[in-house]
Ligand binder design. Sequence first.
Ligand SMILES: C[S@@+](CC[C@H](N)C(=O)[O-])C[C@H]1O[C@@H](n2cnc3c(N)ncnc32)[C@H](O)[C@@H]1O
Length: 307
Amino acid sequence: MHESVLLNETVESLNLKDDSIAVDMTLGFAGHSSQILKRIKNGFLFAFDQDEEALTYSREKLSKVSNNFQIIDSNFVYAKEKLKELGIDKVDAILYDLGVSSPQLDEDYRGFSYRFDAPLDMRMDQDNKVTAKLIVNSYSYEKLKEIFKKYGESRFASSIAKNIVKYRETKEIDKTLELVEIIKSSVPYKERIKKHPAKQIFQALRIEVNNELDVLEKSLDDSLSMLNVGGRIAVITFHSLEDKIVKHKFNKVCEIDPLVKGLPNIPEDKLPDFKLITKKGIKASDEELANNNRAHSATLRVIEKIK
Ligand SMILES: C[S@@+](CC[C@H](N)C(=O)[O-])C[C@H]1O[C@@H](n2cnc3c(N)ncnc32)[C@H](O)[C@@H]1O
């Protein structure tokens, strides 16, 4: 089952009130959502996901807590529009717990894991047309190299891309373990024993399949525009590319306009609308790290709308 990461820290950080309107952008198995719902007895929770299994499981789990929630089967990139359709323009708390859940990783047919043999899929949304298989069998050497470098931060992007292109000249790449073998054969042995060489490449393919970084950028802008004064956004990321996006965006909206910075009296309208609640990203405690492997790479950042 999915073990929620930074559960208490995140729910605490949202500063929920009894009547808060909250949004969970990544419902998953409702670990965070259940705790949120318990704290907003006279409020309401909107929760997004696009994974059928997560949606079904969480609907039942949340209904045991209260009825003040609505689950929306959609990519969170459309959250602003979807909420507008429901008459909601402003909310008090927004949570992102990014990436995939443990059951998604462990389900062999989804193709997210380099540990099980499965079709090369990696779609979070089963209606998405782009799969990992399509990418490895049709992208050019240059494009593959670019995504492995950019999204996987792999030092062996070039040789892995080259070997993929060579392999597929004779046979289409169908399965995850087939790809793992190609990756292994492209990385020197001493590097392979340090860490699994497929980890970064699978991450890169997942980001590309689901367009994860663009989706996050756009959605964060929308979320910043939807907050009520006093409202907060909490984001848990699991790799440095995501964290960089969140950190950069949060820092930017908390900056004082450089034109007035340093003035003795800064006009009210030139002061930033947001304040960082976490100056540095929050990491999991030693206790959590000992119990939940996924927590190692997690970073929590929180921002508040102050005017
Ligand atoms: C790490 S899990 C969330 C776990 C959840 N916080 C819990 O405690 O059970 C991330 C979930 O977000 C969903 N997800 C990821 N990206 C998404 C997106 N762009 N739109 C909608 N759901 C997304 C995944 O399907 C997955 O179920």
